[in-house]
Structure formats: structure tokens, C-alpha cells
Ligand binder design. Structure first.
Ligand code: 13P
Length: 253
């Protein structure tokens, strides 16, 4: 059985002090609750304060991006080893905002996935189609390409430990979530492809999150699909109470 994972992507919100306050509030809310894994990905500058505030709790910390090199003359970039030392155990790779606003490609996603694994971190690899691609009936082909190229060279064992996130671009920050049927169709397709490319056992263990306007009132229906293993939450993760409501809505036990 895959343990559901509810992950919060803070994007460019919250200072280090605000993140620490948030984590203290969230850990008070989730104290003693089990059955759902929880991760938050604050900005780089908040990683250390998040990790310190979360120490000894069930809250894991993730980074929102990394560079694929270990070190070098890459002004403004941060490596996997650096975010890991700051306390991150997960790293979001290939978010659509990075793809569309910062030129991320399937090739750079692939290098970052490898760098994350080499540093002992869990990559959360984001895939998803734009509205134009959906309208042209290209959704499944886009997902195939992003997964095939983004995960090129990964072993079944590595895939099993990874997290994928299906985030349709048209559902991000728009208040328009994919319907449970649309999410289910994409997740089912992704699982089938993973099975084909990495084998039954690995594909069964890999968690696939849904992301795009997840809120306390839609999480239960989304996660009811057997191939939806949790959520990557943007806006609604910024308020600990709303995020906690989503965590509760994801509990299957
Ligand atoms: P929203 O939940 O704000 O739509 O953002 C989703 C997202 O991009 C998570 O990575």
C-alpha cells in the first residue's frame, strides 16, 4: 500500500521567520496523527528554519528546485547537497512554473532528478499539459514525453522511491481543479506507462500526486481514485489550517 503524501509548495511566499511560525502551527495541528505523510517546500532561505522547527515531527522539508551540478560557477544556483545540508529531504523538479518561466526542459529535469538521487534526496517530478495541449488531445502524449525524457536512465528501484506529480498547467493557481475523472484518467495512464517502462513492482510503489487548485473541499474526491496518492498543494498550503484540512481529507485509514 502506498502511504498518501500531502506536499505544500510555498512558491515565493514566506520568510524564514514566517515559515518557522507556520511549521510550529502545523505541527501542533498534526500532532499524533498518522496515515498521511506531510512535506512542505518553502523558499531556499526558509529551508533551515523549517527543518529546525519541524525537527522530531512528522513534517518533512523539501526544496523547490536545485541545480544539477554539485558546485561550480553558476551564479544564483543552489545544489542538491546544499539544500540537503539545510534540511531538505525532497526536491520538486520540473514544476510548470520553472518550465514556462525559467526555461526548464525535459533534459534539465532529467539531470536534476539524477542529482537529487545522487544526493540521497527524493525528487518530486512534475509533469502536466497546457490547456492548448489538452484541447488538441495531446495530454497523454505530453505526459509520455515528459516522463520518458525526465526519468531517462532511472532504474526501477529509483522510480519506486520517487514521487511524480501530475499538475495540469491550466489548473494551477486558477481555482479550476481537474475533475476527479480527469485526474484519474491521467494518473491511470501514467501508472500504466510506468508499469510498461519500469515493471509492475516499481510502478506499484511510486507515488503519483495530483496538483492544481487542491483545496480542503476537493481533496477527498480527488484522492478517492486508486492511482491518486496525494497532492501537491500551492495556494491552499500557505495557511496551516487549510493545509491541515487537506491532510485530514487525504486520510484513507
Ligand atoms: P495551486 O494549488 O495554487 O493551484 O498550485 C498548485 C501547484 O503549482 C503546486 O505545485
Amino acid at each position: 500500500m502506498r502511504t498518501p503524501l500531502i506536499a505544500g509548495n510555498f512558491k515565493m511566499f514566506k520568510t524564514a521567520a514566517e515559515t518557522a511560525d507556520y511549521v510550529l502551527a502545523l505541527r501542533g495541528l498534526i500532532a499524533g496523527r498518522h496515515g498521511v505523510e506531510v512535506m512542505i517546500a518553502p523558499p531556499f532561505t526558509s529551508l533551515q528554519s523549517a527543518a529546525q522547527a519541524a525537527a522530531g515531527s512528522a513534517i518533512a522539508v523539501g526544496a523547490q528546485n536545485i541545480h544539477w551540478e554539485r558546485e561550480g560557477a553558476f551564479t544564483g544556483e543552489v545544489s542538491a547537497g546544499m539544500v540537503r545540508e539545510a534540511g531538505a529531504r525532497f526536491v520538486i523538479v520540473g514544476h510548470s512554473e520553472r518550465r514556462t518561466l525559467f526555461g526548464e526542459t525535459d533534459d534539465s529535469v532529467n539531470k536534476k532528478v539524477n542529482a537529487a538521487i545522487a544526493a540521497g534526496m527524493t525528487p518530486v517530478v512534475c509533469v502536466g499539459e497546457t490547456l492548448e495541449q489538452r484541447d488538441r488531445n495531446e495530454t497523454l502524449a505530453v505526459l509520455d514525453r515528459q516522463i520518458k525524457e525526465g526519468l531517462d536512465g532511472a532504474t526501477g528501484e529509483q522510480l519506486a522511491a520517487m514521487v511524480l506529480a501530475y499538475e495540469p498547467v491550466w489548473a494551477i493557481g486558477t481555482g479550476r481543479n481537474a475533475t476527479p475523472a480527469q485526474a484519474g484518467e491521467a494518473h491511470f495512464h501514467i501508472r500504466q506507462r510506468l508499469k510498461q517502462w519500469f515493471g509492475l513492482e516499481s510502478s506499484d510503489r511510486c507515488r503519483i500526486l495530483y496538483g492544481g487548485s487542491v483545496k480542503p473541499d476537493n481533496i477527498s474526491k480527488l484522492i478517492a481514485h486508486p492511482d491518486v496518492d496525494g497532492a501537491l498543494v500551492g495556494g491552499a498550503s500557505l495557511d496551516p489550517k487549510a493545509f491541515f484540512a487537506i491532510i485530514q481529507g487525504a486520510r484513507t485509514t
